[in-house]
Design a protein around this ligand. Structure first.
Ligand SMILES: [Zn+2]
Length: 612
């Protein structure tokens, strides 16, 4: 303790302003003599978690068990907020200091087990370093309290025209001001001191105090709603199951809460509470998509196993931003209020919120599964799903591709993470029957939700659970620098039962075309074995299908190359798939031209808004 000096950290006008801000609803933010840490050079270095995409995030060895948060949103629509959070922490290795991620409001004071603790808040680096009385040791618990007030921090997302984290939606016309969280991948640190990495999920107790006329919504089950000064209200939510920090939802708006019948898809058949939050004045056509939520939960629980949390629903936001799988309460823009996006975000409750990532480079494990859920839902509605898979393959074929594990922030939400990820799962599916595939999905969730997951985990699990053929299929799709050719599955197309066609259920353009013909196809009658490999072009257009079929020799060479150069990457930056169907044929068998790349770059931010 002698290494630390004690002084007033914040002085004069800024402190006075904070005190005034914090005092508007009864909570004092009076600055006191606050111990501060010396400059960083004098600190014992805190080791980050070591994420390959965001190497500065988190602290190695720190395990936050619970965040108990009191948040005061005095002026909805603005970026100012104030609050107190109590972190219950332990460690997996001795920690001389705690290093929390925090870009956000200014720190007023820090306490360790109720006593003032030295700290240093570097808002540029986004780190709040706290000195405990003695090192935090494995097996011990500590409660660390941080009080803060001021403007939320800023964390620009290179893909989006917004900063991720605490969103402020100013009042405009008839619309009142509002706030909400949109934090993937690392926006929670803009308003809350956290160990901001998905490998350290935690439970949350969230109390939000809002002015008169406003409603707060947050991840978890609402436990209380009590009066606050000046006609305001305090809403309390308990998120009893651990969730990654980026999935924490907090919404403040003039909401209409709509409750629906509970859905018995929870653990051991328990009821899952259903509630949605619509801003007052939300149009009926926007609300319509959410009437399917209960059915979506049932379909996905059948494939993935019990829904992992106690409640589920959506909070609708008015800005045109990406939808986000915030835990128990998906954040859904008005512009994305459709069933496909809702299915996707609901699937993330299993993949991303319950099953968490060990590293951000593994984000396809979230997006690939959530995208695949869109196919499972479509098939549950009676669709064959062929058009969906064919569309995926065509889109992947006209985009630059890479192995599934990302190597840069720009790759996190690209076409590969979503579409190639989903196709990789389909490549596994077609090696087995659907009963085995369902058991595989359920086993992945049930067996791996207690620790952060990696692609290596899934590869090992796939081989163990489904055998060498499925394992090899996934490995090819995971590791090949090029888009792998597609292997047709074992499932017979329904037309075969009618005696008309031997096409298989795995869809591709020519097969579908022939199956729709009244005459049996020549290929169908040739007795060729299943498992023929098709190139992306085969999936694109009939015009290109013939010349694009790869020879078996070429496919073997591709496979060998992929296996011998694990994680080898194309140096080209992956672009987002253009929705322009005119580019389908141009993309077959050739790299996109520089001009098309340029167009994609220009529209990149716009495309990013469609990410889900
Ligand atoms: Zn997603």
């Amino acid at each position: 303790m002698t290494r630390f000096t004690f002084s007033l950290v914040r002085r004069s006008s800024s402190l006075l302003a904070l005190a005034l801000l914090a005092g508007t609803q009864g909570q004092t933010a009076t600055p006191t003599a606050v111990p501060t840490l010396p400059p960083p050079s004098a600190l014992i270095t805190a080791q980050p978690i070591g994420d390959s995409i965001f190497p500065a995030l988190g602290q190695a060895g720190l395990d936050v068990l619970n965040y108990d948060l009191d948040l005061f949103v005095d002026r909805p629509g603005r970026s100012e907020l104030r609050g107190t959070v109590v972190l219950t922490v332990t460690a997996t290795q001795p920690l001389p200091v705690l290093s929390l991620d925090f870009l956000g409001p200014q720190v007023l004071d820090v306490r360790w087990e109720g006593l003032p603790a030295p700290y240093r808040h570097d808002q540029t680096a986004g780190k709040l370093t706290i000195q405990p009385p003695q090192p935090l040791r494995p097996g011990t618990l500590a409660r660390v309290t941080v009080r803060f007030a001021g403007k939320a921090g800023v964390r620009p997302d290179p893909d989006l025209p917004i900063d991720v984290g605490w969103q402020a939606v100013p009042a405009q016309g008839d619309r009142v001001g509002a706030n909400f969280t949109l934090s993937e991948p690392d926006g929670t640190r803009t308003f809350l001191p956290v160990n901001d990495h998905p490998s350290d999920p935690a439970t949350f107790t969230t109390r939000v105090t809002v002015p008169a006329g406003y409603t707060a919504a947050a991840s978890g089950v609402e436990r209380a709603e009590v009066a606050a000064p000046d006609g305001g209200r305090t809403f309390t939510f308990e998120q009893a199951q651990p969730i990654p920090t980026y999935t924490l939802a907090i919404h403040v708006n003039q909401f209409e809460r709509v409750d629906a019948a509970a859905v018995p898809v929870g653990v051991a058949g328990s009821d899952v509470l259903r509630r949605d939050y619509f801003p007052v004045g939300t149009q009926a056509d926007t609300r319509a998509a959410y009437t399917s939520t209960g059915e979506i939960l049932k379909v996905l629980a059948e494939w993935f196993g019990p829904y992992p949390f106690s409640a589920y629903g959506s909070a609708i936001v008015t800005p045109r931003v990406p939808a986000l799988e915030t835990a128990t309460l998906s954040t859904m823009p008005v512009t994305s209020s459709n069933t496909r996006v809702l299915v996707h975000e609901t699937a993330h409750q299993w993949f991303g919120d319950q099953l968490t990532l060990a590293d951000w480079s593994e984000v396809w494990l979230n997006e690939g599964f959530a995208t695949y859920a869109e196919l499972l839902w479509a098939q549950a509605q009676g669709e064959a799903g062929e058009d969906i898979v064919r569309g995926w393959y065509a889109r992947a074929g006209r985009s630059q591709t890479r192995p599934l594990v990302a190597t840069s922030e720009a790759q996190l939400f690209d076409t590969t993470a979503y579409i190639r990820g989903a196709l990789a799962l389909h490549a596994v599916r077609v090696t087995v029957d659907d009963a085995a595939f369902k058991g595989y999905l359920r086993g992945w969730v049930a067996g791996f939700h207690n620790r952060p997951v990696t692609t290596a985990d899934l590869l090992a699990y796939t081989r163990t659970r489904l055998g060498a053929t499925a394992g090899a299929a996934l490995r090819l799709w995971a590791e090949s620098p090029e888009l792998p050719p597609f292997r047709k599955g074992k499932h017979r197309h329904i037309h075969r039962a009618q005696g008309g066609c031997a096409c298989q259920a795995t869809p591709h353009a020519r097969c579908s075309s022939r199956c729709s013909s009244s005459r049996p196809s020549r290929r169908a009658s040739s007795g060729r074995p299943s498992g023929r490999l098709l190139s992306p072009c085969t999936m694109g257009t009939k015009r290109n299908s013939g010349r694009a079929i790869r020879s078996r020799r070429a496919v073997k060479a591709t496979t060998k190359s992929a296996r011998s150069s694990k994680w080898a990457l194309s140096s080209a930056r992956s672009g987002k798939g253009s929705p322009d169907s005119r580019s389908i044929s141009a993309g077959c068998g050739s790299k996109p031209s520089s001009s098309s790349l340029s167009r994609r770059d220009v529209s990149r931010k716009i495309d990013a808004l469609g990410r889900v």
